[in-house]
Design a protein around this ligand. Structure first.
Ligand code: G4F
Length: 334
């Protein structure tokens, strides 16, 4: 039985990856913040159904000793480093904590592995945000990076840290350059979930308007549940390497709105309003990934397209809200 450690196990990707590794027969461990253990209903909500199948360890990405301790107690075969301050807009508000968590956290983990378990394979969650002001279209593994936010810069640093540990210490470190990946488990701060839940709430009469920023930004949106398989595949290769994971299609935020609102029988133009305060100081205008290497080497091709993703998110939010409303109503009448 292989033993894997996931940082960021309580997030969208971490929860899907934990499910996937369990289905493959792994022993799954996760790093969580201590506060998460104290507020399980909210902070562990994505992994509540896995609670008795996984082992959680309280630690902080800001503390080398806390990570060192976990590696000194267990011999892991694989480590998936997904935890990060991952909201781009927040990185403009507080670039310093984004850099500290994302860069030092990655460095601490790599160093703990080097000292205690150098044979442990390491997956680093890179990001298409590293391409930023894109040097070519579509973007591939060798496209020059030009990040446009502290978040993007922190991911470039993490990417090169992983590469450096690979080259300097011969460790198995691979980075996934994942393009945007979404699902019904996405956090509400990201634009896709903001739109899917907004459209569902407007449909149910719970609100009437949805404020958004730049509707013209284009993203290559895939389904997170599928993308975790690519992470796992990267660590099963004979040699470590870096891979773009994407659908190869691009759509604007406006198209996402159009489709999401039409799924619930509404016209987004009657409900979406632009709030200039939601514009970013520097925007990433166009992302679209070149899927060739992942297809040829990993044999990974995502099956779920844009329409399928939008539908999944909107209908899941509708169901969630309908259940909530009917529970509230039955509580009131009881
Ligand atoms: O959903 P977003 O916040 O995602 P973003 O910035 O593309 O980053 C996500 O994908 C990256 C992979 O490329 C990850 F590395 C990162 O951690 C994160 O998961 O914004 C998408 C686009 C942006 O262009 C933004 O300006 O939507 C635009 N947008 C327009 N109105 C908005 C809004 N974004 C948000 N969050 N909220 C808005 O109201």
């Amino acid at each position: 039985m292989k033993r894997a450690l996931i940082t960021g196990i309580t997030g969208q990707d971490g929860s899907y990856l934990a499910e996937y590794l369990l289905s493959l027969g792994y022993e799954v461990h996760g790093v969580v913040r201590r506060v998460a253990l104290e507020d399980p209903e909210q902070r562990l909500r994505r992994i509540v159904h896995l609670r008795d199948k996984i082992q959680l360890h309280p630690a902080s990405l800001e503390s080398y000793p806390s990570l060192f301790q976990i590696f000194s107690r267990y011999e892991f075969d694989e480590c998936y480093h997904l935890a990060a301050q991952s909201f781009v807009a927040e990185s403009f508000s507080d670039g310093f904590s984004t850099m500290a968590i994302n860069v030092n956290g990655t460095h601490f983990l790599l160093e703990a592995i080097r000292n205690l378990r150098p044979s442990c394979k390491f997956y680093f969650a890179g990001s298409s945000e590293m391409f930023g002001k894109v040097a070519e279209v579509p973007q591939r593994e060798i496209t020059r990076f030009h990040p446009r936010s502290p978040y993007g810069i922190s991911k470039v640093a993490g990417f090169f840290l992983a590469m450096n540990y690979r080259e300097a210490y011969n460790m198995f470190c691979s980075s996934g350059i994942l393009f945007n990946h979404e699902s019904p488990r996405r956090g509400f701060e990201f634009v896709t979930r903001k739109i899917s839940s907004g459209a569902a709430r407007i449909r149910l009469g719970l609100q009437n308007k949805l404020s958004l920023g730049n509707l013209d930004a284009r993203r290559d949106w895939g389904h997170a549940e599928e993308y975790v398989r690519a992470m796992h595949l990267m660590l099963q290769q004979p040699t470590p390497d870096d891979f773009v994971v994407a659908t190869g299609e691009t759509h604007s935020v406006r198209e996402f709105c159009e489709l999401a609102f039409s799924e619930v029988g509404l016209d987004y133009r009657e409900h979406v309003e632009i709030d200039e305060r939601l514009q970013r100081p520097a925007e990433v205008d166009l992302l679209i990934g070149d899927t060739t290497k992942a297809r040829e080497v990993l044999k990974f091709t995502p099956a779920r397209g844009f329409q399928d993703l939008v539908r999944d998110m909107v209908h899941s939010d509708l169901r969630l809200l309908e259940n909530k409303v009917s529970t509230e109503q039955s509580t009131i009448s009881a």
